[in-house]
Ligand binder design. Structure first.
Ligand code: DGY
Length: 338
């Protein structure tokens, strides 16, 4: 039997690369750098592949699956989000989909807390003053760069999966007073309680009845839901109008969940106090003249939520394990339910 072909769209961190290369029964086709591969290369190389390991920036659509043909049995995505994968198409073709949800929870939750504090405490704006030499014109004064405090706040989570719950776990010691969450089943208790936060009740944690309640009652709104047709632009101008004037919005999920134009006007008109974003619509094509970058109370990072060394290594290793397990018909580390 000829070796099964696998296509990998990046060079991987060493332990993952070694694991991949140790699988001697495979024909390994791999893009030679850690930068995005050419789409035309991927479509060409996919022909006859049994498995593809890809990144969130590689679209896994019908075109790619058709290019691979009937041999394709496994997709291993180096990500927790799977909105780049046409789920219906993989279901129809009975292709298994591996992903890395548990590997990056801590890294993204850490960054979420950082963004909340940066947005509340105007860290981007304050650093901007220093970097542009404006500190001398801005001596210490009682109200200089003041923003709302985190203690005593109500934090609202749009989406309440692992990352949101790990964020809440980190926020409780900061003295927040209450958490609300909204899932696809409004008003109903969350399906999973990853850290026992719903049971122990050190602070009240309850489901919001709808997005209006979440927007109106939260001092901090954390967007952590998957991008689906029903969550696209769920945070829009109506949502911002409901929010408190001293509230901040943090998005660590996917850019299109938030309507960027509406966010720009909410910041401009003072409908909300600030924003901390790790993701944005149309990333990475954000030029220096983007209207959001003119908003001093908005911190924008280039989708680096999971970017710590340990996490990226674990994501890479788990992706390879998912790929190899899928090819052998074994259990993956994490597999998306069909
Ligand atoms: C993912 O894996 O989906 C994250 O967005 C990467 O940080």
């Amino acid at each position: 039997m000829s070796p099964r072909k696998v296509v990998v769209t990046r060079q991987l961190i060493e332990p993952a690369q070694k694991l991949l290369e140790a699988a001697s029964d495979l024909e390994l086709i791999q893009w030679p750098t850690d930068q995005p591969c050419d789409r035309s290369w991927l479509l060409e190389q996919a022909k006859g592949a049994s498995g593809i390991l890809l990144m969130l920036s590689d679209k896994c659509d019908k075109e790619l699956m058709d290019a691979a043909g009937d041999t394709l049995k496994v997709i291993a995505s180096f990500s927790v989000g799977t909105d780049h994968v046409d789920r219906e198409a993989i279901r129809e073709r009975k292709i298994r989909l591996g992903y890395t949800p548990s590997a990056l929870t801590d890294a993204v939750a850490d960054l979420t807390v950082m963004l909340i504090l940066m947005a509340q405490r105007r860290a981007g704006e304050a650093m901007g003053k220093v970097l542009t030499g404006q500190w001398p014109q801005m001596p210490w004064s009682p109200l200089l760069m003041t923003g709302p405090q985190i203690r005593g706040t109500t934090v609202g989570f749009l989406g309440f999966g692992r990352i949101a719950q790990a964020t809440l776990q980190r926020l409780i010691p900061f003295g927040i007073s209450k958490a609300l969450y909204l899932t696809s089943k409004p008003g109903q208790p969350a399906k999973e309680d990853h850290y026992g936060l719903l049971k122990e009740g050190s602070i009240p944690v309850s489901p919001a009845s709808d997005w209006k309640q979440l927007a109106a009652e939260s001092d901090v709104v954390v967007v952590g839901c998957a991008l689906t047709p029903s969550t696209r632009h769920i945070v829009n101008s109506e949502f911002f109008h409901q929010m408190k004037k001293l509230a901040v919005l943090v998005n660590i999920a996917r850019g299109p969940v938030v309507d960027t134009d509406a966010l720009v006007s909410a910041l401009e008109t003072g409908d909300i106090f600030g924003a901390g974003l790790d993701v944005i619509e149309n990333e990475p094509n954000i030029q220096a003249d983007h209207p959001l970058l003119k908003q001093p109370r908005c911190v924008l990072l280039p989708h680096v939520g999971s970017a710590n060394i340990e996490t990226r290594e674990q994501m890479a290793v788990e992706s390879v394990k998912n790929l190899l397990a899928g090819l052998k018909g074994e259990a993956m580390v994490n597999e998306v339910e069909p």
